[in-house]
Write a protein that binds this ligand. Structure first.
Ligand code: PRP
Length: 207
């Protein structure tokens, strides 16, 4: 039995679709309601958790593998083994600012609002740029509108949220997609089962 931690929300639908395409019977997930643990036959057991907690559960080995976005992995910076790029949940980390604002040639210290302070800090340090960082929990696009920040570091998928809130991309930081992560001890103890899971997922990915 392989225990899989799945990220609730944005990645959930695509993960379940990928498992179904890979031949896993996902019907127990159709009416799961608020259940957080669902058994999928004799081979797989899935749990649903917040992205950061998926990383923690895999790190502690209480689940063998997990599906989580590269954005969460970059922000948490934990030494966790990424075994596969699942190639969905594609988006990118960007710096965005109100149209026409040049944050790179600003006289005073720029303030950046973000859900991802470590990603933002690492990026601006790489540019030797001194910035103030304010952590926001969501709808980060609001921060420049409310003048809490000059710009944001956030994930962008379609670009619609930026556009509808008067912001534009001023720098690209990194591409993002969903990753399959694995606990190193589980990979030794359940090598064949985990390799089988990778095989069916990569087959389904190509289908
Ligand atoms: C994410 C991200 C942007 C938006 C980008 O937010 O933080 O706000 O999606 O998507 P788009 O480029 O397709 O418009 P999410 O929906 O996860 O909610 P949150 O802002 O509450 O974190």
């Amino acid at each position: 039995m392989v225990n899989i931690a799945l990220t609730k929300g944005r990645l959930e639908d695509n993960t379940v679709k990928l498992l179904a395409r890979a031949g896993v019977d996902t019907t127990p997930l159709l009416n799961k309601g608020r259940k957080l643990v669902v058994n999928l036959g004799s081979k797989y057991n899935v749990v649903f958790a917040k992205a950061g907690d998926v990383v923690t559960y895999v790190e502690y080995g209480v689940t063998d593998v997990g599906v989580v976005g590269k954005d969460t992995l970059m922000e948490m910076g934990r030494p966790i083994y990424e075994i596969m790029d699942l190639k969905f949940g594609k988006c990118k980390f960007v710096v965005a600012a109100p149209r026409g604002v040049d944050i790179f040639n600003c006289e005073r210290t720029t303030t950046i609002a973000t859900k991802y302070p470590d990603v933002a800090r690492t990026y601006f340090e790489s540019l030797n740029m001194d910035v103030g960082i304010v952590k926001i929990e969501g709808s980060v696009e609001l921060a420049p509108i409310l003048r809490l920040a000059d710009a944001i570091v956030d994930i962008v998928e379609t670009g619609k949220t930026l556009k509808e809130n008067g912001l534009e991309v001023v720098a690209n930081i990194a591409p993002i997609s969903a990753r399959l992560v694995v606990n190193p001890a589980a990979l030794k103890l359940k090598k064949r089962e985990i390799e089988d899971l990778c095989d069916i997922l990569s087959g389904a990915d190509k289908a």
